[in-house]
Ligand binder design. Sequence first.
Ligand code: URA
Length: 432
Amino acid sequence: MDIQKIIAKKRDRQELSKEEIEYFITNYTNGNIPDYQAAALTMAIYLNGMTEEETTNLTLTMAHSGDILDLSEFGTVVDKHSTGGIGDKVTLILAPIIASLGIPVAKMSGRGLGYTGGTIDKLEAIPGYRTNIKIEEFKENVGKIGISLMGQTLNLAPADKKLYALRDTIAATESIPLISSSIMSKKIAAGANKIVLDVTCGSGAFMKDLNQAIQLAKTMKKIGELAQKETVCVVTSMEEPLGKAVGNALEVIEAIQALKGNMTEDVQEVVLTLGAYMMKLADKGKDIEGNKEKMLEQIQSGEALKKLKELIQIQGGDVSYVENIELLPKAKYVMPVLATKCGYVKTLDAKSIGEISMHLGAGRMKKEDSIDPAVGIVLEKKIGDYVKENEILAYVHTNNEEKGQEAVKQLLDCYQIVEEKVEKRSCILKVI
Ligand code: URA
């Protein structure tokens, strides 16, 4: 087989066979196909799409590009994954709640992709927390305390690890076949029996409109069914960032506060809805509203926060940072963004906020960039809020004064303020 012919076929909008997809994935994973040819084929897929059969073949081949984890010793394991967003600290809150209910959480999370953040970068804001543990330790932790959160290891879906990093550098992230295969290959390799997916939709998500998000959700649900993994997709709004904080340590602080009972309405809605379906799939309650109540009880009783501390401790992190959030990395400058007029916030462009945060150092512009855990943005006003002139809309946390001043100006442009009252909308758009 010849990679140039495969690239040409996809360039010319033809369907790739199972064998051609297998040839590409196997040889790219083992280094026989260089990045430039993989980039050409990936971009051709991005531009010309894939049929359902091609997407399924791509997913299954990527899933089998490394080991498949066997988690059967833990009974029913329900995994959760998001298609990416801005200010998305859901896993940090949801995973300990679910584990505290006795449902095993064995989750492989990702790093930031494009303008979106990643749970692993956030966890690494906690000094000492080891994200690159071995599979044996991952399983041991789940066995001991019912939860482990780790980064993508080399031997689980290695094809995705390479393609994910490649897509990030060639502007090929917003694609239904590429996102579906990336997420579902990881979920299949990670060994969960059932899956709940947060399919984000809006300016700060890879899917910009509801129809696209529904199509992505249906594609992933179908792949889940084919792999015999019951899958529920919750389509959520990412028109504005989720919650208040965008940036790694800032989001960890927001997550800890949420587990102490101080959660913004939008974060609570997303966390409880995803969690209620995870509980349902784990046979821990059929009634979605009842499940949400049970989750809230785990927060009120302190059990969920206790589980987060156990997780941090077992993976080498310093628990004193949870007990005293003041210890977490702090930026040198905190600059307020002031409203220039009064009125209601109509739009708050999530994608631009993700990009501003990335430029401050909270995300990577290049694959090899390191992340500054302390920097980011805290939003004091969100869509539907009323603001007075000169009132604080947001804060920029930065270690570079010049970059911070630039970010303040740009953030002001992200806020559209109007005279007419603006209603707050629900974040849950659809459950599939
Ligand atoms: N999350 C993933 O794991 N992969 C994608 O392609 C997008 C979000």
